[in-house]
Design a binder for this molecule. Structure first.
Ligand SMILES: Cc1cc2nc3c(=O)[nH]c(=O)nc-3n(C[C@H](O)[C@H](O)[C@H](O)COP(=O)(O)OP(=O)(O)OC[C@H]3O[C@@H](n4cnc5c(N)ncnc54)[C@H](O)[C@@H]3O)c2cc1C
Length: 414
């Protein structure tokens, strides 16, 4: 989704935000009840701050509280994981271990379910929708995850990985932590159980026309899969990062990556880079076994960001394929004779995992990487120390206090 398309969709959806609370949970073909903006928010071709500012410019908070709450759930998950990087590392290790230890029978079951041939018609429909469109409604994600964990009793990590490979909005925080929540690991001991009556209440009857296998989801039938709870670790302090680019007299470059593709809004808007670059990398996509739609979406978002950056910064902008991001950055820095590279700090996830190696490789050619955090992330993330509702209470106070002020970088778009 380009920034232009995301803003157009947002303009279209904004008048529906007061009705969001009443209709959000209903799953209908086309998903008109929800914004479908998550792929744009995930890559930050548009910012939550823009959504929040526009919403509050138009409506009072009580009219749109549920809508803003959901927009802030994403912020909450991001902040929560930033302070607990071990949760991401353990999840990736869990995917690796589960793949190795799954029995032949379980592997066959996993494959059948992922291909939409598990035998419960509605779950098969959802698996196919995920693969073909790269999107699932939130309620559908909850049902499917619960089915995977509590009915099929497959490792939650492999279900989360299935989503991560195919969702266009695949996000290390929202995805991993939501799967943990369904499994009963996030809010300790509290699981989410899929129920036939809930499916019948919230799904359009045409989607549920084929009722094959629904009897396996009868309300009293699904029970929580017992899981051993890992020891809880206290959150780390948020790493200290600057919120402004350093003033550099050298030749410096701006690196764009899919955790933040909106450099023209926020603290990097006024820098004057020598060159801008972004990278695609087939070996990385193969390593994570990403689906075709997900790869195409990433490429389109990167292409859009480089086109906007060429216009905004008026310097050479490239989008190159590279074996790894470190290889791409080193080749680019040498070609452009860069002594410094500035970038938004990636969030906990695959790009952040690569940063130590990138820094080492750049240091070998005497080039320094400067990571910048958006001021609004710095203000919001530390509030995600405990549960969502204490976080939301603090957020609400901020929202009321400064609907378009310093915490929020977005400017009203109308
Ligand atoms: C098992 C599971 C896996 C999930 N995986 C992801 C993921 O990989 N990436 C992702 O962005 N979201 C994920 N979610 C959260 C949520 O389902 C999606 O953000 C939402 O469905 C996106 O659709 P939308 O843009 O139409 O949402 P809307 O209802 O229009 O909401 C607007 C925005 O608010 C945020 N939001 C809404 N609901 C949630 C929520 N429950 N948690 C966090 N943020 C929310 C999203 O940024 C969304 O784009 C997951 C939820 C579950 C239960």
């Amino acid at each position: 989704m380009t920034r232009h398309a995301a803003l157009a969709r947002w303009h279209e959806f904004l008048p529906a935000t007061p009705a969001y609370q009443a209709w959000r949970n209903h799953v209908e073909p086309g998903h008109a009840n929800v914004s479908r903006l998550s792929p744009a928010l995930r890559t930050r071709v548009m910012l939550e701050d823009e959504i929040i500012a526009d919403t509050l410019a138009q409506y009072h908070l009580p009219q749109v509280e549920k809508w803003l709450q959901e927009v802030c759930w994403r912020r909450y998950w991001k902040g929560w994981l930033e302070m607990r990087p071990h949760v991401w590392r353990r999840y990736r290790q869990g995917v690796h271990d589960a793949q190795r230890h799954l029995s032949t029978e379980q592997k066959a079951r996993q494959n059948a379910i992922e291909q939409g041939q598990g035998g419960i018609a509605i779950m098969d429909h959802l698996a196919r929708e995920l693969i073909h469109t790269g999107y699932l409604h939130n309620h559908a994600r909850m049902w499917f995850a619960s089915y995977w964990v509590h009915v099929e009793r497959l490792p939650w990590e492999l279900g989360a990985d299935f989503f991560f490979r195919h969702l266009l909005d695949a996000d290390p925080a929202s995805n991993t932590l939501s799967w943990r929540w369904v499994a009963g690991l996030q809010t300790r001991g509290k699981t989410y159980l899929v129920r036939r009556s809930n499916l019948e209440k919230y799904l359009t009857p045409t989607i549920l026309q084929d009722s094959t296998g629904l009897e396996l989801l009868e309300d009293s039938l699904v029970s929580p899969r017992p899981l051993s709870l890992p020891e809880e670790e206290l959150p780390h302090a948020l790493p200290q990062l600057p919120t402004l680019a350093p003033s550099l007299s050298s030749r410096f470059g701006l690196w764009l990556h899919p955790d933040d593709l909106c450099p023209e809004v926020g603290p990097l808007a006024h820098i004057r880079p020598t060159a801008v670059a972004a990278f695609t990398s087939s070996p990385i996509y193969t390593h994570y076994r990403l689906g075709q739609n997900r790869i195409q979406h990433l490429h389109a978002a990167l292409k859009d960001a480089t086109t906007r950056s060429a216009e905004h910064y008026g310097c050479p902008v490239t989008l190159d394929e590279a074996p790894t991001t470190a290889d791409g950055l080193v080749t680019w820095a040498q070609r452009e004779q860069l002594q410094d590279i500035v970038a938004f700090a990636p969030f906990i996830g695959p790009i952040a995992d690569a940063i130590p190696h990138i820094q080492t490789r750049l240091a070998e050619i005497s080039c320094q990487l400067h990571l910048i955090r958006r001021p609004s992330d710095l203000a919001v993330f530390p509030k995600a120390k405990a549960g969502f509702f204490p976080f939301w209470e603090k957020m609400k106070t901020e929202l009321v206090r400064k609907s378009t002020g310093s915490v929020f970088e977005g400017k009203p778009i109308h």
